[in-house]
Design a protein around this ligand. Structure first.
Ligand SMILES: *[C@@H]1O[C@H](CO)[C@@H](O)[C@H](O)[C@H]1NC(C)=O
Ligand SMILES: *[C@@H]1O[C@H](CO)[C@@H](O)[C@H](O)[C@H]1NC(C)=O
Ligand SMILES: *[C@@H]1O[C@H](CO)[C@@H](O)[C@H](O)[C@H]1NC(C)=O
Length: 362
């Protein structure tokens, strides 16, 4: 489902810019290199080809000889610090289904700004030597078999804007520094990260944050409101959230998509959510929310799809049923079909949740 909402990262304008540069057309004789950086790139790419154990589409079958700029998936451009020489500026092996690992020699690709490896079978870790990718702007290693801790080396790359490591086997804590960086998008969903829910997430200037399907624990911090100027989409499906939603969430007025489904959230939906005037998609299903749904939420001008099934809501204004797309099944709403049993609903009503008393250890 997440794949559907966010296909792979958009190829940035920068990438199109790179593609529009022709690679050097003259043929070089064996092992003479146009410049020392291309010689290093050759060393890196040959080491990588050796580290590939299966290439079912023969994607890298033309990866031989000194003219690395003609290799499939390798894109050259004039060096940023010397426009008279060509260097390897982009690598795109998306959907090649190649198996193997990333050798440390990849660190020799010092002019790389794009690295796209989406949908392959690379395993192991991201080598620390990529700390030399000082110009890297976008990294997408999603849908591979990488494991180990979060690749901390990414946190040291000064121009990095897009981090996509989703659908791998990374585990352990998320370094809090990730949310202090000047990034545009963070995709870390569908891994096995286990830290406390990042309490400094509000520091992040991203427009898209997808943390879903990890094993975080903790509450959404009130400081999430600091993302109000930049955040458009946040997907927190099945990410171990507990406690109540902070009323500060209502300050996210640029947000189009909010998904907190499949967590352990409880208490009411804050009335302030009725101020999220750009909200189009809202999914709070499969939690333990209760109380009345504020009418102001269902009156939001752009709201198209509001899914609140499998909670303990006691009431939903008629307006909520008039939305284009809605799902209210398995709640405690009088007069609606497919609700929970009267006895379950009574026990919830008899013991209302006190958000103040829920511990969050911020
Ligand atoms: C890849 O190359 C091998 C050896 O040349 C060939 O047998 C195989 O059919 C090729 N596979 C594809 C998908 O082109
Ligand atoms: C995630 O981590 C837990 C606990 O360490 C482990 O039991 C589980 O198998 C892991 N899941 C995956 C998909 O790696
Ligand atoms: C509405 O949202 C739910 C939950 O995210 C989703 O399953 C459903 O497909 C959406 N409906 C439409 C028409 O987009």
């Amino acid at each position: 489902m997440i794949m559907k909402i966010f296909p792979s990262l958009p190829l940035s304008l920068l990438f199109l810019f790179l593609l529009s540069y022709p690679s050097p057309s003259h043929q070089q004789s064996d092992h003479t290199f146009a410049n020392p950086r291309l010689e290093k790139a050759y060393e890196a790419l040959q080491a990588w080809k050796k580290a590939m154990t299966d290439d079912p589409f023969n994607f890298t079958s033309n990866w031989y000889g000194p003219d690395v700029c003609t290799y499939r998936g390798v894109y050259c451009a004039p060096a940023l610090d010397d426009s008279y020489i060509q260097t390897v500026a982009g690598i795109d092996l998306n959907h090649a289904n190649i198996a193997g690992y990333l050798p440390k020699e990849l660190g020799l690709l010092t002019d790389l700004s794009l690295f796209h490896l989406n949908s392959n079978r690379f395993c192991g870790t991201i080598p620390y030597t990529i700390k030399n990718w000082r110009l890297l702007y976008e990294i997408d290693v999603s849908n591979n078999n990488f494991n180990g801790g979060f690749p901390k080396v990414l946190l040291s790359l000064p121009y990095l804007k897009f981090i996509d490591v989703r659908y791998n086997y990374f585990d352990g804590p998320i370094p809090s520094k990730l949310f202090d960086l000047d990034l545009d998008a963070i995709f870390i969903n569908n891994n096995n990260f286990t830290s406390k829910f990042p309490q400094n997430i509000g520091n992040s200037p991203v427009s898209v944050a997808v943390l879903a399907y990890n094993n975080f624990q903790g509450c959404l911090p009130p400081s999430i409101s600091k993302m109000s100027k930049t955040l458009n989409e946040i997907i927190l499906e099945d990410s171990g959230l507990k406690g109540c939603l902070p009323s500060e969430i209502g300050e996210l007025t640029q947000l189009n998509v909010l998904d907190v489904s499949y967590n352990d959230l409880s208490g009411p939906l804050p009335e302030s959510m009725g101020e999220m005037k750009n909200l189009e998609q809202l999914n709070v299903a499969f939690n333990m929310f209760s109380g009345s749904i504020p009418e102001s939420i269902c009156s939001l001008p752009k709201l198209e799809n509001f899914t609140y099934s499998s909670n303990f809501f006691s009431d939903a204004p008629y307006k909520c049923l008039k939305l284009q797309e809605t799902d209210d099944r398995l709640n405690c709403i009088a007069g609606r079909p497919f609700q929970r049993s009267a006895s379950v609903c009574k026990s919830i009503n008899d013991y209302p949740i006190s958000c103040e008393s829920l511990s969050c250890d911020y």
